[in-house]
Design a binder for this molecule. Sequence first.
Ligand code: GAF
Length: 429
Amino acid sequence: MQPLWQHILQRRTKLLLRGTLIVCPFLHSYNPNFVPFKNSFNIMDIQTILEKFTKHLGGNATAVYASPGRINLIGEHTDYNGGFVFPGAVEQGMICAFRPNGTRVIRAYSADLKDYDEFSIDDPAGPHASHFRYVFGVAREMMARGVDVQGFDTAFAGDVPLGAGMSSSAALESTFAFAINDQFGDNKIEKMELAKVGQATEHKYIGVNCGIMDQFASVFGKKGNLMRLDCRSGEFQYFPWNPKEYRLVLINSRVKHELVGSPYNDRRRSCENVVAAINAKFPELKAQTLRDCTWDHLEAVKDTCDPVDIKRAKFVLGEVDRVLAVSDALERGDYETVGQKMYETHYGLSRDYEVSCEELDFLNDVAFDCGVTGSRIMGGGFGGCTINLVRNNLYELFTTTVVERFTEKYGKKPVIIPVVIGDGSRRLL
Ligand code: GAF
């Protein structure tokens, strides 16, 4: 397989050969009216969800809650390996209208899917449909943490594009974790534990052994800030995100990203296999995750492990280093390095972690050809979006080109989603 340095060299040469012809960014200025994606949580949205509630559940809701989806600048598949991630909340999210009903039953209406169900919080089987299982799982996990959860009526909806890898499911979980804590728990459950409630819901009620990044970002999001989380210690810092000359944009391939039933859990298992082999060879290390292991440890077990598992583990160690390099680069305002690390992550996710697909690789190639500073798959992979760090003066050229070239090749338009970093879980009414 072609090594990374050769890949980068080849791309740089290609870029030089194409020269200014491709880029000519200075001829294109950023068009502020270009907002093809609806932002969320304005008063209209609150009104709409209240109306849906009244229509499908009767009477009036007594509260409204919301939680966002997320982006991630860098640090993929590092969370369940105890590494670093660099997410931020977005303005798109989930919203729910809520009213305690004095019973032991949750009566829930999904406005997006036009689906209604009711289920007892005391019956461990819970509902069948996954959109209701998130609500049920969160209620049960809050009960398991000592909250006196009661029955409630709810209507919920959202504008996180489904299957785009922006964590609509975490947004839904965080919305209900926050709501139940507020309504029945006197807000006694700490925010990090609310994130863990969402994560436990994924593990136990949905079957995805995810890390903590998505729920963390949804609960802790802060307008205008990215966050660097150390998933081993739980420590995190906000990083103001306000580059003057760059912006982030997602390009949704519209290949549906779906972690349920995907090889996501296999990737996690690969990493755990390597940790087990390292612990067998170095029992004193007592490594919990790959974060506790070094390149030397990997080298020492490489002949006793499945080479595919080793390849995955190498990606993870490299990705942890990249997040730290990006943090340093951001502190210096060095966005070129940030972008270069993003390309390296894409390469690793595509070739070593193997969670890309043809369409995502194509989007990454087009970004590179256009001279975009950084571009990579965002989130778990297997479809969804690329995240792109683009100079303002290249933005319009890039978004136009990528739509043209992708549509020409795949016969469908990718969706452009400008990133606006928003707030985390909150009560709106
Ligand atoms: C998905 C998971 F839910 C996260 O926990 C994380 O592992 C991510 O994929 C990959 O970084 O979004």
